[in-house]
Design a protein around this ligand. Structure first.
Ligand SMILES: CC(C)(COP(=O)(O)OP(=O)(O)OC[C@H]1O[C@@H](n2cnc3c(N)ncnc32)[C@H](O)[C@@H]1OP(=O)(O)O)[C@@H](O)C(=O)NCCC(=O)NCCS
Length: 163
């Protein structure tokens, strides 16, 4: 398994992987291209035998650069349950572009057990608590068309980054 930064040529493979990983929302091809180029330092691609099997998109929010926001995590069916999601998260927080972040945040729908388990396991590994609160709500922010996205927040400590 090779973990690396993406480049723009990865855009179509990223879009295809996301499409194969419900309940993730698909993004425009252009959005994935921007992630793979402008946000490459905070995105991770995992490849096995030349095929993309894992992806994390993230960024440092301009309004709160102390944070590392994890946008999407996708692991193909064939590579699940092998610790790849966890490995990619650990790789991401160790990157120079992320290692000074004070907290990691993401949003998760209430019923996405795999995603909660992934971030709860990350918090346990890093000796941190995970707190949750509603961020984007079904009625107020999605006009009823999408389940509420709960924000998970994990405090990062400097020693985490050398783990
Ligand atoms: C969520 C996802 C990325 C997990 O990837 P993965 O590589 O299988 O995760 P890992 O093997 O690193 O497992 C991490 C932890 O989650 C747990 N876990 C993984 N899948 C699980 C599931 N379906 N139900 C419950 N727990 C699960 C693992 O047991 C592990 O916990 P542990 O360390 O306490 O044993 C993958 O299932 C996926 O791509 N799902 C579809 C897209 C999605 O929902 N993404 C997350 C939202 S952004």
């Amino acid at each position: 398994m090779v973990l690396r930064r993406p480049d723009a040529e990865d855009g179509p493979a990223v879009s295809a992987l996301i499409a194969s990983c419900p309940p993730l929302d698909g993004n425009s091809a252009y959005c994935n291209l921007l992630q793979c180029s402008d946000f490459a330092e905070t995105c991770v691609v995992a490849e096995r035998a030349g095929r993309m099997v894992g992806w994390i998109s993230g960024y440092r929010p301009p309004s709160n650069p102390e944070r590392l926001f994890v946008w999407q995590v996708a692991v193909s069916d064939a590579a699940r349950g092998e610790g790849l999601g966890s490995r990619m998260l650990d790789e991401l927080v160790a990157r120079p572009a992320a290692c000074d972040a004070r907290e990691l945040t993401t949003t998760i729908t209430e019923t996405n057990d795999a995603s909660w388990a992934l971030f709860e396991a990350f918090a346990r590994r890093h000796g941190a608590a995970l707190t949750r609160s509603p961020r984007f709500e079904r009625a107020a922010h999605f006009a009823g068309a999408h389940d509420t996205e709960w924000q998970a927040c994990i405090t990062l400590r400097p020693f985490d980054h050398s783990n």
